[in-house]
Design a binder for this molecule. Structure first.
Ligand SMILES: Cc1cc2nc3c(=O)[nH]c(=O)nc-3n(C[C@H](O)[C@H](O)[C@H](O)COP(=O)(O)O)c2cc1C
Length: 187
């Protein structure tokens, strides 16, 4: 059976540049037999983490009854997950950061059962500078994985030079995202 791949697209623009790269990643992963689900965070209601830590202390999940419960479950079920974000002020989107913060309610399970799981990051900036611009996003992703402890980093695609929604379509980043998706079975 193929791997279960969950792609989390955090851009509010569902036809934007990072979403297009997600679709290419998905196309590649499907081609090598994976079962792929692409979700757009903008379709879900996710409130800020309140920092109460009741989820950590009592272990029954978050007290907030929003869509994060469903997304945590999807993350737990996935063999591979991909986080995708536009670069906003040289960092991740607020949407992705809220998702990561709320994942505190799923963190303990992931530490115990994350062995064998792999994670990828896709970022897109308007600036062609894919070094400085993407540093904080990469660090945020890696910090997330460090906290999850057992999930392995599969790869990072830092794409630059795409400003208008959809302008990434003619760029080589699309091929790179597709190849990355095709590579998930080699992890
Ligand atoms: C709030 C905001 C902040 C942004 N900050 C940056 C930035 O720091 N560096 C950059 O190169 N582009 C920045 N951009 C441009 C986006 O990263 C770029 O347009 C990207 O392709 C959007 O991806 P999307 O279509 O997936 O949403 C910013 C855009 C917005 C709306």
């Amino acid at each position: 059976m193929g791997k279960k791949v969950l792609i989390i697209s955090s851009s509010p623009i569902k036809t934007g540049n990072s979403a297009l790269l997600c679709e290419e990643f998905a196309r590649g992963a499907k081609e090598v037999g994976c079962e792929v689900e692409l979700v757009h965070l903008s379709d879900y209601t996710i409130h800020f983490c309140t920092g109460c830590e009741i989820c950590v202390q009592q272990g029954h999940g978050c007290v907030q009854n929003d869509d994060m419960k469903l997304l945590i479950e999807k993350m737990h079920q996935a063999d591979v997950f991909v986080l995708a974000t536009p670069i906003y002020f040289m960092s991740v989107s607020a949407q992705l950061k809220v998702f990561i913060d709320r994942f505190i309610a799923g963190e303990v399970y992931m530490r115990k059962h994350g062995e064998g799981k792999t994670a990828y990051l896709i970022t897109v900036s308007a600036s062609p500078d894919v070094k400085e611009n993407h540093l904080a996003a990469n660090a945020s992703f890696r910090g997330f994985l460090t906290c999850l402890q057992s999930v392995k980093e599969g790869g990072i695609l830092n794409a630059g030079g795409a400003y208008a929604p959809g302008s990434i379509r003619d760029q080589d980043w699309m091929r790179q995202a597709y190849e990355m998706g095709k590579g998930v079975n080699h992890e």
